[in-house]
Ligand binder design. Sequence first.
Ligand code: NAP
Ligand code: ZN
Length: 366
Amino acid sequence: MASSDVKFQGWLGLDPESVKGKMQWGEFEPKKWEEEDVDIEISHCGICGSDLHMLRSGWGQTPYPCVVGHEIVGKAVRVGKNVKHIKVGDRVGVGAQARSCLEADCPECSHGLENHCARENTNTYGSIYPNGLGKSYGGYATHNRTNGHFVIKIPDGIDSADAAPMMCGGVTMYSPLRRYGCGPGKTVGIVGVGGLGHFGVLFAKALGADKVVGISRKSEKREEVLKIGADEYIATDDDGDWHKKNKRTIDLIIGTVSSAKMPLTQYLGLLKVGGTFVQVGAPDGGELPPVNAFTLIGGSIKVAGSGIGAPWEIEEMLKLAAEKNIKPWVQPRPISDANQAVVDMEAGKARYRYVLEVKKEITEKL
Ligand code: NAP
Ligand code: ZN
């Protein structure tokens, strides 16, 4: 029920140059309404590294115009009659996924692995829906339309600005930490302490890891990363011999770096025998550095990957965040500053997540 006359407006990326701060404000046509959908009046949207890849067509040709942003929080303003868990007025969030097949015979959807559905996996932005339903548009916008299964109620006790980046950045770290056994008795490493990485530190601590090691390039971040909650910090550009000094000390590493030039073999050398390295950073073109077979064989090492998280994992993560009063480091920016915020994100200036604030009095003037 509720209004169907909403005008959807947002920051349109029109070509790869848009990542240089050249998105243009304008109207867009959301996917065709279905009774499984929810319309959200957006109040907050985090800026994720993925938004930059997508704006510049780094993962293949982006279907411009594209409105990025998949760390969305706002108010449900229209709820399809087949959506049972959300009502108009609820405070809700959407992460990086907008739809999957949800069929009973889908090997993934039927096992709580909607994020890996191979049939109808639709991203929150930049995806073409099946059956001519249109295109998906993200959260640098006034409104968002998403399948209700992927719309999550935000628990009281988490600020909207804090909840927004958890919808993608948070769950992308929470999910592999939990699935690969982060907990008491474990030493966990987080490579690349940016937006995702800082969530890695927060959630590894919240899940009870004995020791959390932040691993980034520069020593300038040391004090901050320890303040976020890491027990130790390694600066790979500045701490000489870091890979020798810390050899075979870590049980589980989650890697958020998306550069094909990352020192992967040296990261792997930090793992204890039998340890696991989970890659979540997603380089343009998908290339990782080559992995030496003897590194894997000698340490009996596992190399894995992980993509966002299923809706139930987002719910579980939000519950933990509310219980443990997890406070991400967010920097609010008005949605009118989205272009500059994207440029600043690209320059590595975020400490640690920019969150766009969407207010009517601002968007009316754009
Ligand atoms: P971010 O805030 O920019 O953080 C990335 C961090 O990587 C930076 O803070 C940087 O830390 C580090 N880094 C190390 N080497 C780098 C290099 N050569 N160039 C640039 N950065 C380097 O980005 P994010 O939002 O955390 O996203 C990280 C990656 O994860 C992106 O590729 C994004 O698309 C991907 N992602 C994947 C999933 C998934 O489901 N798998 C979900 C969301 C995002 P230092 O400068 O301190 O070294
Ligand atoms: Zn993301």
